[in-house]
Design a protein around this ligand. Structure first.
Ligand code: ATP
Length: 351
């Protein structure tokens, strides 16, 4: 029987609630499906950062490397600046484990209403470059507090980094029925890194003659997502652009509360990390109404990555049956609780 070691890092806010629900669902699924999931919980979060001065203890990343996958909730607290929490916990894992492909599917699940009239046409995967670009952390501040203070935030585009994400996106597009890839850019205004981004895209395209391609400026693609959703399939974009576009994609698919993401290390040298797109959501923390669907969909992506495709499919079917039944949390216009959704999914798994 296959056994997988999973590191659960619930983090902050509703991350704690949705990861607990996700672990419960995964355990039910593993019992039925004949594989073992061995979870270890890590209490790396903002409360402990405020007590100890660090998110990840010494040796923590080394320990994390011994797991098959990381199941992550959210990081962010009202009393810690966002750039501290993000660079303290999530980014050291993404960057340290070279999880360069951030994959964000967006689809309107059955029974869920998109804010778009033609929202039923949304079936996208946003591929986000996850290791460099605008979030490389390259920059600095000088003359702090003085009138002549300067801060730089330098985007970094390397040939190796750009080529691997484009290749990943092409392979993903090739595996989907429509085989269509849209490259998002801003090379009209940003004439160095973004031009390299475009050039390499067309170089890689030569190896994928069966994939239909097009190019869109980041501003223009937002209107296309809203007005002509069916013309898009796989979208590849930089770290910053895809960060924004995938939130839009999530909202257009009904709610941030249903949107999943995978931070993949495609070479599998280090574990990949699976997390819902949403953040800590302090406005609803502790109320028991966080939508756990994003986390369940994320869990399905994790199972797929681990090679448990049948269990992943079973989980997706259960998710779709529950959304279709109209049992919805308040973000989707219903009044169900996290607990009720979790129980409904587990009941379907155990059926
Ligand atoms: P961060 O900066 O960590 O991304 P944020 O507050 O900017 O956090 P989110 O935490 O993602 O963003 O929340 C944005 C809005 O979406 C909030 O109003 C929140 O309540 C809602 N939301 C996010 N996730 C969920 C969820 N799983 N269920 C219900 N509502 C959610």
């Amino acid at each position: 029987m296959s056994a997988y070691k999973i590191a659960a890092v619930p983090g902050d806010g509703i991350g704690v609630e949705v990861i607990a629900a996700g672990v419960e669902v995964l355990q039910a699924l593993s019992k039925k499906s004949g594989f073992e999931l061995d979870f270890k919980h890590f209490d790396w979060n903002s409360d402990n950062y405020l007590k100890n001065g660090y998110y990840i203890p010494e040796g923590g990343l080394e320990e994390l490397k011994t797991f098959d996958a990381i199941f992550f909730g959210a990081v962010g607290a009202l009393n810690v600046p966002d750039h501290i929490s993000l660079w303290g916990l999530r980014l050291p894992i993404c960057q340290g484990f070279d999880q360069y492909a951030n994959v964000r599917p967006a689809r309107v699940l059955p029974g869920v209403k998109s804010p778009l009239l033609n929202g039923d046409q949304i079936d996208w995967v946003v591929v986000r470059e996850n290791s460099e670009g605008e979030y490389s952390g390259n920059g600095g501040r000088v003359h702090r507090g003085l009138p002549e203070e300067v801060a730089t935030e330098v985007s970094v585009f390397t040939r190796a980094g750009v080529e691997r994400i484009h290749r990943f996106a092409f392979e993903l597009a090739q595996s989907r029925p429509r085989k269509h890839l849209t490259m998002v850019t801003k090379s009209n205004a940003q004439r160095h890194g973004m031009v390299l981004w475009d050039e390499i895209f067309y170089e890689v395209a030569k190896d994928f003659p069966d994939v239909k391609i097009d190019k869109e400026l980041v501003d223009a693609v937002t209107t296309r997502m809203v007005l002509k959703p069916s013309t898009l399939d796989v979208i590849v974009a930089t770290n910053l652009h895809a960060d924004i576009l995938s939130d839009l994609a999530a909202a257009l698919s009904g709610s941030l509360g249903i949107a999943p993401t995978a931070n993949l290390n495609p070479s599998r040298k280090f574990p990949s990390m699976f997390e819902p797109i949403h953040g800590s959501a302090f406005d609803i923390t502790g109320k028991g109404v966080a939508n756990p669907i994003a986390t369940f969909w994320t869990a399905a992506m994790m199972l797929e990555h681990l090679g448990e495709a049948a269990a992943a499919k079973q989980l997706m079917s259960a998710i779709e049956a529950v959304t279709e039944s109209g049992l919805h949390t308040p973000d989707l216009g219903g009044n169900a609780t996290t607990r009720q959704i979790t129980e409904a999914i587990i009941a379907l798994i155990n059926r």
